[in-house]
Write a protein that binds this ligand. Structure first.
Ligand code: SAM
Length: 242
C-alpha cells in the first residue's frame, strides 16, 4: 500500500497541517502540566515535521519516525534541529524518552504488516518500556461510526493541487478506506497519482483498556487544549507511573 508518496506528502504538508497546528498549544500544555519541560520527545508518525519543529523551537530534543520517506524528507527540511528516521513506529527501536506522541490518527493506519489492535498493543508495551517514569504517551484516534455508513465523495483543492477523496467505512470489520486521487501541478501540467489508505478503527474505550493493561494511567479527551475534535475522534493521554 502506498504511504504518502511524493505528491500526497507534498499535498498533506501544503493543505492538511491545520490539525497539528491547532493541536500544538494543547499538546505543549500537556507536556508542561506533566512536568516535561525538556528531554527527548519521540514523535511517531511525524509527517512533515510541523510538531517536531514546534518542539525543537522550545528546546526539546526530538526524534521523528515516519514510514513515508517523502514525509521524512519534508520533516528534515522543516525541523533541521530534530532527528528523523524512516520506518514503522511499530518496530522501530524507541530510545529512553520523556514523551511519545502520535498525532493525527497515526495509530489507525494499516500501512505496516500485521497492522491491527494486537500490533498496536505491542507498540503500547514498547512505549511504556521506553518512557522514563512519569513520562507520557499522547495520541489520537478515529473511532468506529465516523461516517453515517454511506460512502462519501469529496474534492479538495489548494494552490497547485487538488484531490478527489472517496471514503468508505466497513462497520462490521471496523475499518475505513480512503481512496485519494491527487493532482499536483508540475510546470504546465497536473500529475495524477493515487493511494488508498486503510485504517483500523478503535474506540477510546478499547484504547483505555489496552493502555491500562500495558501499565499506563490513562485519560481520554475530546481534543487537545481548546482544540475540539470532530465527532468519533478521541485523544488518549497515558502516563507511566512515577
Ligand atoms: C495524517 S498523517 C499525520 C502526520 C503528522 N503527525 C501531523 O499531525 O501532521 C499520518 C502519518 O502517520 C504516518 N504513519 C502511518 N502509519 C505509520 C507507521 N506504522 N509507522 C510510521 N509512520 C506511520 C504516515 O506516513 C503519515 O505521515
Amino acid at each position: 500500500m502506498a504511504a504518502y508518496a511524493r505528491d500526497l506528502a507534498y499535498i498533506h504538508d501544503a493543505g492538511f497541517t491545520q490539525f497539528i497546528r491547532r493541536a500544538t498549544p494543547g499538546l505543549l500544555g500537556l507536556l508542561q502540566r506533566n512536568g516535561i519541560g525538556d528531554g527527548l520527545v519521540v514523535d511517531a508518525g511525524c509527517g512533515s515535521g510541523v510538531w517536531a519543529r514546534a518542539l525543537a523551537e522550545r528546546g526539546y530534543a526530538v526524534l521523528g519516525i515516519d514510514i513515508s520517506a517523502e514525509m521524512i524528507r519534508l520533516a528534515r527540511r522543516h525541523a533541521p534541529a530534530a532527528k528523523f528516521r524512516i520506518g514503522s513506529f511499530t518496530d522501530a527501536a524507541l530510545p529512553r524518552c520523556a514523551a511519545v506522541t502520535a498525532i493525527g490518527e497515526c495509530v489507525n493506519y494499516a500501512f505496516h504488516r500485521g497492522a491491527g489492535r494486537a500490533a498496536l498493543n505491542g507498540f503500547f508495551r514498547r512505549v511504556y518500556a521506553a518512557l522514563q517514569p512519569g513520562g507520557i504517551f499522547v495520541f489520537d484516534i478515529v473511532e468506529p461510526g465516523v461516517s453515517d455508513g454511506a460512502p462519501l465523495r469529496r474534492f479538495l483543492e489548494g494552490s497547485g493541487w487538488a484531490i478527489l477523496l472517496e471514503v468508505a467505512e466497513d462497520r462490521r470489520r471496523k475499518t475505513l478506506s480512503r481512496r485519494i486521487v491527487s493532482f499536483r501541478q508540475v510546470g504546465q501540467v497536473y500529475r495524477r497519482a493515487e493511494e488508498t489508505h486503510r485504517l483500523h478503527l478503535y474506540s477510546g474505550a478499547e484504547m483505555m483498556v489496552d493502555l491500562a493493561r500495558a501499565g499506563f494511567e490513562a485519560q481520554q479527551f475530546d481534543g487537545y487544549g481548546r482544540f475540539r475534535f470532530a465527532p468519533a475522534h478521541a485523544a488518549l493521554v497515558a502516563r507511566k507511573p512515577a
